[in-house]
Design a protein around this ligand. Sequence first.
Ligand code: HPA
Ligand code: MG
Length: 249
Amino acid sequence: MTSWRVSSSAALPKWTREEFDSFNELKESNMAGRERKQTDTDKGIVIPDDWPGYPLALFTSPEHYCDDLDCVYIPHGVIMDRTERLARNIMDDLGDHDIVVLCVLKGGYQFCADLVDCIKVLCRHSNKTLPMRVDFIRLKSYLNDHSTQDLHIEGAENLSVLSGKAIVDTGKTMKTLLDHVQAFGPKMIKVAGLLVKRVPSGTGYLPDYVGFEIPNRFVVGYALDYNEYFRDLNHICVISERGKQKYKI
Ligand code: HPA
Ligand code: MG
């Protein structure tokens, strides 16, 4: 997952009246956004509980994982196409403002990099612009395929800007992260999450920009890991029993 914060005024050059008004409009629409009714696209592409994924043989994946995966759950091309659209939505909402992108490591690095790349392309091909600074934060709360109680946040000591993440399940990690980022007094925080899981114990937290809503299944690839393995896989896949046993700690 990836979150975005419009950087604090202290870090910005002085704004013109026009910029200030436009920022306030944006801020108001952001406040309203929290209360507004959900629309069909807020959850992104919704993958149903009975989605079996695609057979591995229909795509290519590294030979070293050939027995470790059950299926291709979301092909890399679909992730890229969806990310391109999220970038456009972000440009429409935040274009012409100055933001800090906070990439949530490690699982969010690929999504964050691709999202930033898409925004860069849009900036080159439109009249709007979105100056971005990029920072990184590291979270760790998973062992094997289970969430642990302990959430480690590393690298945020000098955080003077905004953030982003690849997966949201219960939403508890996200809440902790947002509380942490709030403490730095950003003017606004926006969150982009590639995947949101439908979990029974979820807080109902929904990022501002969502790629896909998926069933409560453990997935790997596209930088999402199982005990540090599978980050070097382009597609988002479901791990096999054999894969779980092989890389279990
Ligand atoms: N895969 C990898 N990391 C995760 C997941 C997942 O499904 N959920 C939370 N962290
Ligand atoms: Mg992990």
